[in-house]
Design a protein around this ligand. Structure first.
Ligand code: DQA
Length: 145
C-alpha cells in the first residue's frame, strides 16, 4: 500500500470554531476522518499532521522524503510568507499538492500570492473540506500513472 501524508499549518487546529463562514463547520478531526476513508478506498495509507510551527512543518517535509510516496500540504498563513517551506518542498521529488479550504484568489490581496505553490505539482483551493478529498484523488492518479 502506498503511503501519503497531509501536513496542516497554523491555526488549522481551530477549524470548526474559526471563521466558519470562510472555512466551514467541520473540525480538523472530522476532515481527517473523511480524508482517511477516501484514502483507504483508493488503497492509500494516510497520515495527517498539524503544526503551528514553521520549523516543525519543515522537519515534517524533510521526513516525508524517505517515508511517504506523496504529500499534501495546507501551509495556511505560511503560504503567503514562507520561502523556507518553499525550499523544503523544492528539495525533494515525490508528488506534492498544495490545498486551501478557501479560494485564496478571491480574498484579501495579501492572500492572493502563494509563495509555497512554486514547490508543488499543483494547487486545489476553494472547495472547503472537499479540497482535501480532491487532493487525495489527484495524488492517487499521480501515483498510479
Ligand atoms: C488557508 C488560507 C490561508 O490564507 C489562511 O491563512 C489559512 C487557511 C485555507 O485553507 O483556506 O489559515 O490556507
Amino acid at each position: 500500500m502506498k503511503k501519503i501524508i497531509i501536513i496542516n499549518g497554523p491555526n488549522l487546529n481551530l477549524l470548526g470554531d474559526r471563521e466558519k463562514d470562510i472555512y466551514g463547520e467541520k473540525t480538523l478531526s472530522e476532515i481527517e476522518e473523511i480524508s482517511k476513508d477516501r484514502a483507504l478506498a483508493l488503497n492509500l495509507n494516510l497520515e495527517v499532521y498539524q503544526s503551528n510551527s514553521e520549523s516543525e512543518i519543515i522537519e515534517l517535509i524533510h521526513k516525508a522524503q524517505n517515508n511517504f510516496d506523496g504529500l499534501i500540504i495546507n501551509p495556511a498563513a505560511f503560504t503567503h510568507t514562507s520561502v523556507a517551506i518553499l525550499d523544503a518542498l523544492r528539495s525533494f521529488k515525490i508528488p506534492k499538492i498544495e490545498i486551501h479550504l478557501s479560494n485564496i484568489y478571491n480574498r484579501e490581496d495579501y492572500r492572493k500570492k502563494s509563495i509555497t505553490s512554486a514547490g508543488v505539482n499543483g494547487i486545489i483551493c476553494g472547495f472547503g473540506y472537499l479540497s482535501y478529498v480532491l487532493a487525495i484523488e489527484a495524488l492517487s492518479s499521480l501515483l498510479n500513472r
